[in-house]
Design a protein around this ligand. Structure first.
Ligand SMILES: [Zn+2]
Ligand SMILES: [Zn+2]
Length: 423
């Protein structure tokens, strides 16, 4: 039977060498090594090189770390070197540009100076002589002697004239500098003005566009002259007619209310006596309710039980009924809630549940006011509420709550009565 043989691993960390058996004697010469038969050939060579004292099973790991360190260091140095080269190149380019610019400046300057000397009346051939290499006294005398350079006679010295003309040039350059500064100022001012003009233009465009729109709107009434007689005049007349009739009816109605409420006529009455339906109308009773109550006159209305009357005339809305109760009570006082009353009576002036709630809170009335919104109760309807309404309509059963509500109604009634007394 063959025993299964296993591949041996080298004892060194990260050593990947494998073998069917390590035949090497670790540490040649030394006996009793801990690594006897455990190390591969490569690790044995290392063991022999460094000796048993220095050898470590971590030698491959240490070598790898060391190699990595070196590699990183090399990369870092390479990077630095490239950076240095790049900077050097940049610097050289900048220097080159500066040189070119300086040469250009110099050449421009010479051209401009030549031009200036020309303008000062120095001839070109004289300028050429001046620009030659500097000569010593003898050389210059020679030039005069051999006729290369012209000699002037007193008082028309040629070179005195040239010298004096050249002397003026620094002054001229100075005026150029001043002129330049002035121009730069003007340019800066012009830029500012241009910016302001742009802003002004932008605003003007916005205004024009708005104005054009308004003109278009106004243009719709352009045919006024031709059409106002046909279209506007009738409207005006229609308003005037109603204005007159309203004033007449309303004034007569007020007189009647103040004198004999019972004499208010039914809506179908043929005389010109003020009608009860005018009261309903002025009090905001809906059109269909007014029409249902056509046969009703002042005498009948003042003396009636409103609930029974409403049943008879089929006025079913709770709110309409409460309005009618309120109107009946006002007529009994020979009054209507005109502007004078509304100024004094905040209750009658509370035209919706929200305003009434606000007033009740102000007067510290503490019942649950959500029923006001739910049943659309304003100030006038609130004054017309009865105990039966609270129980049947609002379905409030809690005795405390009923008490609070009734107390609030009587509080509001006091305000209302006081206002009636005052007018
Ligand atoms: Zn090994
Ligand atoms: Zn009132």
């Amino acid at each position: 039977r063959m025993a299964a043989r296993k591949m041996l691993e080298c004892a060194t960390t990260e050593c990947k060498n494998r073998s069917w058996g390590w035949g090497y004697a670790s540490g040649s010469g030394s006996t009793g090594s801990n690594y006897q038969g455990k190390l591969c050939k490569e690790c044995n060579v290392e063991y022999a090189r460094v000796g048993p004292e220095e050898f470590s099973l971590e030698w491959k790991v240490n070598r790898r770390i060391q190699e990595e360190k070196v590699r990183i260091q090399q990369e870092e140095e390479e990077r630095k070197e490239q950076e240095r080269i790049r900077k050097e190149k940049e610097l050289a380019e900048r220097e080159e540009k500066r040189k070119i610019k300086s040469i250009q400046e110099r050449s421009d300057f010479i051209d401009e100076l030549n031009c200036l000397m020309g303008q000062c009346g120095i001839p070109e051939h004289i300028i050429n002589i001046l620009q030659q290499q500097p000569l010593n006294k003898e050389q210059i005398e020679t030039q005069f002697t051999n006729g290369c350079v012209r000699l002037g006679l007193s008082p028309a010295y040629i070179w005195m004239d040239v010298y004096q003309k050249l002397s003026k040039i620094p002054k001229i350059v100075e005026t150029h500098e001043m002129r330049k500064a002035q121009l730069l100022d003007e340019i800066s001012i012009a830029h500012k003005e241009l910016k302001e003009l742009d802003e002004r233009k932008r605003k003007l465009l916005i205004k024009v566009s708005a104005d054009v729109k308004e003109v278009q709107q106004l243009n719709k009434l352009k045919p006024w002259k031709s059409l106002h007689e046909e279209i506007f005049q009738p409207l005006h007349i229609a308003a005037a007619t109603r204005m007159e009739i309203e004033k007449e009816l309303s004034d007569k109605l007020m007189q009647q209310v103040h004198s004999e409420v019972e004499d208010l006529a039914a809506a179908d009455d043929q005389t010109d006596t003020p009608k009860l339906s005018h009261v309903f109308n002025a009090m905001g009773v809906p059109c269909e309710v007014i029409q249902k109550l056509t046969p009703l006159d002042g005498l009948e209305f003042i003396g009636c039980d409103v609930d029974k009357m409403c049943e008879e005339y089929e006025v079913n809305s709770f709110q309409d009924r409460k309005d009618l109760v309120y109107i009946q009570s006002m007529l009994a006082e020979q009054a209507l809630p005109d502007l004078n009353h509304l100024k004094l009576c905040k209750v009658c002036a509370a035209s919706d549940p929200q305003e009434l709630t606000f007033l009740l809170v102000k007067c510290k009335q503490t019942f649950h006011k959500d029923i006001l919104v739910r049943h659309n109760i304003n100030g006038r309807r609130f004054l017309a509420l009865t105990l039966q309404d609270i129980r049947d309509q609002f379905e409030v059963c809690d005795r405390e709550e009923v008490k609070k509500l009734r107390s609030a109604i009587s509080y509001m009634m006091k305000i209302h009565k006081a206002a009636l007394q005052a007018t």
